[in-house]
Design a protein around this ligand. Structure first.
Ligand SMILES: *[C@@H]1O[C@H](CO)[C@@H](O)[C@H](O)[C@H]1NC(C)=O
Ligand SMILES: *[C@@H]1O[C@H](CO)[C@@H](O)[C@H](O)[C@H]1NC(C)=O
Ligand SMILES: *[C@@H]1O[C@H](CO)[C@@H](O)[C@H](O)[C@H]1NC(C)=O
Ligand SMILES: *[C@@H]1O[C@H](CO)[C@@H](O)[C@H](O)[C@H]1NC(C)=O
Ligand SMILES: *[C@@H]1O[C@H](CO)[C@@H](O)[C@H](O)[C@H]1NC(C)=O
Length: 214
């Protein structure tokens, strides 16, 4: 009887230990994906303060990378970036495709700001049907590996993009970094400028909607 009891408690503590070990591994293998932002973009060809005779086919931009993981580093492959201009609300013309950022390693909970530039062909007069506004589409693609203790995970492909309105100064209208996420390449009137505040406003919309429907 006594023997059986000790065997049972031994078995029980074995199960607990295995459970905790499994939980520990699960927690340490879980990863949060990095976030990508278009921090700034400057298109001298659209800067109206410059004499229109100076032709400049450069686009200067900066991408921000954030690693949200408390205990995992991230190794990025080369980051490819496509820049396009909207010809209508749902069609774009590719201006440039470039390898914007060379492969790099980012420590845990770090931010990286990587400037880059690309050159394009053709001119950038506002397309008919865009109400005189100029919108760019910026897409990126890369792959990442996470560093867990001393090991790297396998590669995970990542991509995303955003639509950004460019003003007469040749810079983006929305002043804050724009998340390169899963926004479709389609201009919805007024939408891009309000993206940043959308989440904060959501509860208000909900309240307004509930009050309307009651
Ligand atoms: C646009 O051009 C003007 C005139 O050269 C210059 O002062 C300004 O800094 C330029 N804008 C940007 C964002 O560089
Ligand atoms: C284009 O504009 C950028 C940024 O102002 C400048 O660094 C570059 O020299 C210009 N290129 C030409 C050909 O004017
Ligand atoms: C693009 O938008 C036009 C009108 O703005 C619409 O007629 C057309 O079906 C759209 N095309 C696609 C592929 O969504
Ligand atoms: C990338 O751009 C270069 C030069 O503009 C062009 O020759 C090439 O076809 C483009 N590649 C793709 C996949 O669009
Ligand atoms: C850039 O455009 C080319 C041609 O459309 C496409 O094959 C490539 O996947 C695009 N790259 C990115 C980073 O979106």
């Amino acid at each position: 009887m006594v023997e059986q009891h000790s065997c049972c408690s031994c078995c029980f503590s074995f199960i607990i230990t295995m459970g905790l070990t499994a939980l520990f591994f699960w927690l340490s293998l879980r990863v949060d994906q990095p976030k990508f932002y278009l921090e700034s973009i400057y298109v001298p060809a659209l800067n109206r303060s410059l004499p229109s005779t100076t032709k400049n086919d450069t686009v200067l931009f900066k991408i921000k990378f954030t690693n949200p993981n408390k205990d995992k580093g991230i190794k990025y492959d080369a980051v490819r970036v496509n820049i396009s201009v909207f010809l209508s609300q749902n069609t774009t013309r590719l201006l440039s495709n470039s390898t914007a950022v060379a492969p790099f390693y980012q420590g845990r909970q770090k931010k990286a700001h990587k400037p880059s530039s690309a050159s394009f062909v053709g001119n950038l007069t506002p397309a008919a049907g865009m109400d005189g506004k100029v919108y760019f589409r910026v897409d990126f693609a890369t792959a990442v590996k996470y560093k867990i203790l001393f090991w790297y995970t396998k590669r995970h492909g990542m991509w995303g993009g955003a639509n950004v309105e460019i003003n007469n100064g040749g810079v983006k209208v929305y002043p804050k970094p724009v998340r390169l996420g899963n926004e479709p390449p389609r201009i919805v009137n007024g939408a891009p400028e309000f993206r940043g505040g959308y989440r904060a406003l959501l509860p208000l919309f909900l309240v307004a909607w509930i009050m309307r429907t009651h």
